[in-house]
Every structure is written in C-alpha cells, then in structure tokens.
Design a binder for this molecule. Structure first.
Ligand code: 5GP
Ligand code: MN
Length: 336
C-alpha cells in the first residue's frame, strides 16, 4: 500500500466526518465484511458512518456485527439520499466502476463529495479522489486490514476481525485460491488472536442451507453440461426452477464452483434467470491462466478477476446458453 494513500486518508480523517460507505450491488461476504469493518473502526474514532447497500444481502450474511444498521437504497431511498447529501466523505469498497452501485451512481456524481476507493478488481475506473487499488490481493477485506492497521496498529477489535475474516474467507474460497499468500495467513493469525470464533463464522456462511436450497443445487447439477472435447462446463437455472425451490437471495452463491471441481475443467459458468430484472445473471470461474475477467468483459458486459468474474445477458436463457456455447468454441485452443 502506498504511504501517500495513508497520509492523505489520515488528513481527511483528522477531524470528525460524516461518512457513507458503499458495497457493490448484491453484496457478498467481502463487500459487507469490508464496509462493516471500516464502519466499526471509523465510528470508534469519532466519525459518523452509514453503510448504504444498493439492495438486500443474503440471509447467510445477516448475522455480521453491525449489519442491522445497514440501509438498503432500494427499500429506504429517501433516508439514503439524505445521508448521501449530507456526507463529507464517500468510501466505495470492493468495486471500481460506479455502475456497480446503480442507481446510486447518479447521486454520487451529483454530490461533488470526496470519494475514497479501496478495491482489488482489475482496471479501476477514474472516479475516486483517493484510490487504493491492488488486484494482486485476494480480497478487499485484506486491503481494509492493511489500511486500518496502518492508521492504528492496535485498532482491530473482535467485531472488526470477524468482519474482515468473513471477507477473506469467502473471497479466497476458504484460503485455497492462488491469491492467498503467506501474508494473508499472517493477517488471519492476527484476526484469530483478536478473539474471533472462526468455526462459527464458517458455519454461518457454509452450513446454513435451507432444504430447498440444497434441492436447487440438485437441479443446477442436473442441468450441468460439458462442452464436448473441451475443459468447459456450464449450468443454468430457470426462473421456474428457482420458484419451485422458493428461491431467496444468495441461494445460488457457490454453485458455479461445483463445475470447477471436475478433474481437468478450466472454465465453469452458471446462468441464472431473473425474470423481474429481465436478465440472465452469469458467474464465471476458472483455473490457471484462463482469464474470465477478460471473457466476461468482452462477451457478457461484466468483469471481476482472472479466476472469478460475473456478467449478464439480456437474451433469453436458451439464447444465452447458445451464445455462451458458441463463444466457448472460439476459445478451444485455451480449453483443451
Ligand atoms: P460472482 O460471480 O460471485 O457474483 O462474482 C465474481 C466476481 O466478479 C466478484 O469479484 C464480483 O465483484 C465480480 N462481478 C460479478 N458480477 C459482475 C458484473 O456484472 N460486473 C462486474 N464488473 N463485475 C462483476
Ligand atoms: Mn471482493
């Protein structure tokens, strides 16, 4: 992390500020973990902070310390706009393109307020006043840890550690992705020393399925197809299948990884129909040097990281599947 970033951030925080902290739409463990950790820290330092999420987050995150104070823009727009108008400082965490918080982006652009970005995705957009961007790090939570400990070496409380651990664990696939370093483990060791119950955090996230969610996974696995002769698989879930399993936000989180668990497979994709938004939401996962960030950016209006990215399609589910299949064939040499 650049010293200059910390110096400038310290200056910004040298007097009490009204802050609004934004995670991206459909926040995951890293987005919520990083925003909540930062809020706990800043509140303790005498700042007034509000986390505003573009929309709701899944139930398996609804136990995190401080989550009860989050405002959702899609449900409490007036209250959120008041906070945004009155803020001295915005933090955008775990995303680097303002479109990821639409429709809040228009209020940020209007506000002319200082924006601090902390994020680990590739190719940051140029909207922040102060930016800490490092795509080599596995999670925004690890970056927030770096920031908080640089500001105050003794500033990691148990609640902060719980939030940061959650984001590091979820974004690293429980410490198995290649972005997990010795330094990541040293950070985690410090978090454990701060008194967190890591086993309970794991249970909250991974052992909290409803029966219907497991059945939905079964439907997804039944729909798994392999592209002939290539190390690529994809699965889909239609709105009807989601409805049959009483779909709730976050239910399909992690499903795409089952495709990647097949021996030799380099690319796994899931397509989930969303009739309300009239889109097919897509998740891409890869192993090795098959770059799904570029793949998602180029073909499905998305982005992310080399081995984990997301995107969307406005075609029908059947057409999206066909389009994906044809595009995968173009990448045959890389998917042998
Ligand atoms: P997931 O597939 O778990 O939703 O997301 C995987 C990664 O891709 C995450 O880092 C997430 O922030 C990013 N991502 C997911 N959807 C989109 C999208 O529509 N656009 C962009 N730019 N990134 C996305
Ligand atoms: Mn992240």
């Amino acid at each position: 992390m650049q010293k200059e970033f910390i110096n400038q951030l310290s200056t910004l925080l040298s007097s009490p500020k009204k802050c609004v902290i934004f995670p991206h739409k459909n926040p995951d463990g890293d987005a919520l973990g990083s925003t909540l950790a930062l809020r706990h820290f800043l509140q303790k330092k005498g700042h007034d902070c509000q986390v505003i999420s573009p929309n709701e987050y899944p139930k398996f995150l609804a136990w995190m310390p401080g989550q009860e104070n989050i405002l959702c823009f899609n449900k409490e727009e007036m209250m959120c706009r008041k906070h945004i108008e009155e803020a001295d400082l915005f933090f955008t965490l775990d995303f680097n393109a303002l479109g990821r918080i639409a429709p809040i982006d228009q209020w940020i652009e209007k506000a002319d307020t200082t924006v601090v970005m902390i994020d680990h995705h590739e190719a940051p957009q140029d909207y922040a006043t102060l930016m800490y961007s490092d795509p080599s790090l596995g999670s925004t939570c690890e970056m927030v840890y770096n920031v908080l400990t640089a500001l105050d070496a003794k500033g990691i409380t148990q609640d902060i550690a719980t939030c940061i651990y959650t984001g590091i664990m979820t974004d690293s696939g429980s410490f198995r992705f290649s972005s997990t370093t010795a330094k990541t483990h040293r950070v985690v060791a410090h978090l454990l020393d701060s008194g967190i119950d890591h086993s309970k955090i794991h249970q909250h996230i991974y052992d909290s399925y409803r029966f219907e969610r497991l059945q939905l996974l079964g439907l997804g696995l039944k729909n798994l197809s392999r592209v002939e002769k290539l190390q690529a698989v994809y699965m889909h879930l239609s709105q009807a299948e989601l409805d049959a399993c009483d779909f709730q936000k976050g239910d399909t989180e992690g499903f795409v990884n089952y495709g990647l668990s097949l021996e030799g497979v380099k690319l796994a994709v899931i397509m989930v129909e969303n009739k309300q938004e009239e889109i097919i939401k897509m998740s891409f996962r890869s192993k090795g040097d098959f770059d799904v960030n570029t793949f998602a950016r180029k073909h499905f209006n998305g982005g992310g990281h080399v081995n984990a990215a997301g995107g969307m399609s406005t075609l029908s589910l059947t057409e999206t599947k066909e389009k994906l299949h044809q595009i995968i064939l173009q990448y045959s040499p890389n998917l042998q």
